[in-house]
Design a protein around this ligand. Structure first.
Ligand SMILES: *[C@@H]1O[C@H](CO)[C@@H](O)[C@H](O)[C@H]1NC(C)=O
Ligand SMILES: *[C@@H]1O[C@H](CO)[C@@H](O)[C@H](O)[C@H]1NC(C)=O
Ligand SMILES: *[C@@H]1O[C@H](CO)[C@@H](O)[C@H](O)[C@H]1NC(C)=O
Ligand SMILES: *[C@@H]1O[C@H](CO)[C@@H](O)[C@H](O)[C@H]1NC(C)=O
Ligand SMILES: *[C@@H]1O[C@H](CO)[C@@H](O)[C@H](O)[C@H]1NC(C)=O
Ligand SMILES: *[C@@H]1O[C@H](CO)[C@@H](O)[C@H](O)[C@H]1NC(C)=O
Length: 498
């Protein structure tokens, strides 16, 4: 632990403080921030360069809209949730630069937004105006001498963490998609294929190096700023920029994961969801079956009018053990089925969540999502039928339209003390979402489709309150559904105002 405490540099993370301003709605405003200058004035890269340039480390880039690099700097995964007005981009070369930039922003009443990989997809991002702090150069990953944790800098992303740590014989809880930043999803809890074994990504935080809104760099862990540690494990995007963090790592057990992907035609829908409900009970997905992903999508080589049901299972261990759990799925005749045994990074390719997969490409998504306990088969059929009806009306949307299902094993996630973090959804089991890449003229059509899909899911479990994974929130959900109904919000608001 000693190395954790004497870290001199401040490292960093994903979405910025300005993003989820809703928490401050009933809180007092920090006077200094708002009184310093007229916030409406334009900020230019020239001004920032002259004010701040000398203080920042060599290799840091400061540029504005006239730079050739600017188009890339404003790129986002969901091109419908773009920050409205990035005036200046600062690409920091060292962790210590982050505190300097934030302090400058604080003193000059400039909003700032930390960026790692640009997957922030909520509409609240689109209100942003100010300075983007790009953390992408902060990519160091250092396994600690005790081999029990690794120090990750704030700009690392899942693919880099997975490959680096796996090659040393270890694994770490990360998000399941290779292109997504590490700390972005982690600060919202952080689901992933290892959560059944090791808990959420944020359950594996040992200590975080955080820059607060006023530019003060602090250490956040169970012993130091423990209230903030609680908050940052679930609602972390609201509280600071993580410049780096110590994360638990574990010796890898099996050398390979087994995957089995099925494609079924729609007449098997009821059988597939009945088998899934039996297989996963209510939050009882077998621990080593790290994830099962499913989707409804149009595959043009099968049918242009009828979506197929695609399901992909991933098991941390050998084929023989995995296939014992898949007997009932093997019994449902499939259009096609493929399986194999691969390393963890190759598994991302097999499940199409690797960095080169279509899921990583930028698209103008319209969507909705929710948590479920089990699949209501009647609702699943309604959502499926709606999908085909909507495609019939606008066949051009087919290539970018998906209903997606994520079932992570969750035993350890459920067992971890609920009071240890602000993450509110340990008792939610299936994450489902709808997304359709939509040109501007079809936005109303797609919005209505997304809303209807969500309404069917909600009506399918009438006794439950809405529940939303913060990392998938689209921006219109009630805050309680995102941050919890059990007193989390008042506690988070009190901390935020502090
Ligand atoms: C923009 O990004 C693309 C792809 O990553 C890269 O090839 C190109 O050189 C970048 N352009 C600039 C001006 O940095
Ligand atoms: C962030 O910086 C990286 C590394 O220089 C660059 O490739 C990327 O395009 C930048 N992205 C944004 C959004 O600034
Ligand atoms: C950590 O792993 C390295 C490399 O495998 C090894 O040399 C070292 O002895 C290990 N340290 C401990 C404390 O187990
Ligand atoms: C920054 O904010 C923190 C938390 O409120 C506070 O403890 C610290 O003193 C502030 N730093 C400065 C320089 O004002
Ligand atoms: C349809 O095309 C996809 C992608 O090109 C391919 O992976 C799949 O095997 C094909 N399915 C059939 C039934 O040919
Ligand atoms: C399934 O959803 C329907 C509405 O589509 C609802 O009437 C029914 O009660 C739900 N079943 C269960 C078990 O909740």
């Amino acid at each position: 632990m000693s190395s954790i405490m004497n870290l001199g540099a401040y490292n960093l993370l994903a979405l910025g403080l300005a993003l989820f301003p809703a928490l401050t709605s009933s809180s007092p405003i920090i006077p200094y921030y708002f009184q310093a200058v007229d916030v409406s004035r334009a900020i230019t890269s020239k001004q920032v360069e002259s004010d701040l340039g000398k203080a920042l480390s060599q290799g840091t880039l400061i540029f504005g809209p006239s730079s050739r690099a600017f188009a890339n700097a404003t790129e986002r995964w969901n091109t419908r949730s773009m920050p409205a007005d990035i005036q200046v981009v600062i690409e920091v070369a060292q962790e210590s630069d982050v505190a300097k930039v934030v302090k400058y922003c604080y003193q000059n009443s400039i909003d700032f937004l930390a960026y790692t990989r640009g997957h922030g997809s909520t509409s609240t991002v689109s209100k942003f105006r100010g300075i983007e702090i790009n953390l992408s150069k902060l990519t160091e990953i250092t396994i600690q001498p005790d081999n029990k944790s690794a120090l990750l800098q704030g700009g690392v992303y899942a693919d880099l963490v997975i490959k680096t740590i796996w090659n040393e014989g270890y694994i770490a809880a990360t998000g399941s998609n290779g292109c997504v930043g590490f700390f972005g999803p982690a600060l919202g809890g952080g689901l992933g294929r290892y959560q059944g074994q090791y808990g959420l990504i944020s359950d594996n935080f040992v200590s975080l190096n955080v820059v607060l809104a006023n530019g003060t760099a602090i250490t956040v862990n169970a012993a130091s700023n423990s209230d903030l540690f609680w908050a940052m494990k679930g609602a972390g995007h609201n509280f600071g920029i993580v410049t780096s963090g110590y994360i638990k790592i574990y010796p890898k057990k099996a050398d390979t994961w087994h995957y089995h992907n099925y494609v079924w035609s729609q007449d098997k829908l009821e059988k597939v969801f009945a088998a899934l409900n039996k297989f996963q009970g209510t939050g009882q997905i077998p621990t080593l079956m790290g994830v099962n992903f499913g989707q409804f999508s149009i595959e043009p080589n099968i049918s242009r009018t009828e979506a197929v049901i695609i399901w992909s299972f991933a098991y941390d261990g050998p084929a023989a053990d995995a296939e014992k759990l898949l007997v009932s799925f093997n019994a449902i005749p499939a259009i096609s089925s493929t399986k194999g045994d691969v390393s963890y990074s190759e598994l991302l390719v097999a499940q199409q969540t690797d960095i080169n997969s279509a899921s990583c490409s930028s698209q103008p998504y319209v969507g909705s999502n929710t948590w479920l306990q089990t699949y209501n088969i009647t609702s699943q059929r309604k959502i499926y039928n709606l999908f085909n009806q909507q495609i019939a009306k606008n066949p051009g949307l087919a290539p970018g339209a998906r209903v997606f299902f994520e079932g992570y094993s969750s035993k350890t996630t459920q067992l971890i003390d609920h009071a240890s973090s602000s993450y509110p959804h340990r008792d939610e089991y299936l994450l489902v979402f709808f997304a359709v890449a939509t040109p501007p003229d079809l936005e109303t059509f797609s919005r209505s489709w997304a809303d209807k899909t969500l309404a069917i899911w909600r009506a399918g479990q009438p006794s439950r309150r809405p529940a939303t994974y913060v990392n998938y929130a689209v921006g219109s959900e009630p805050l309680e559904s995102i941050y919890g109904y059990d007193g989390q919000l008042p506690r988070l608001r009190a901390l935020k105002s502090k």
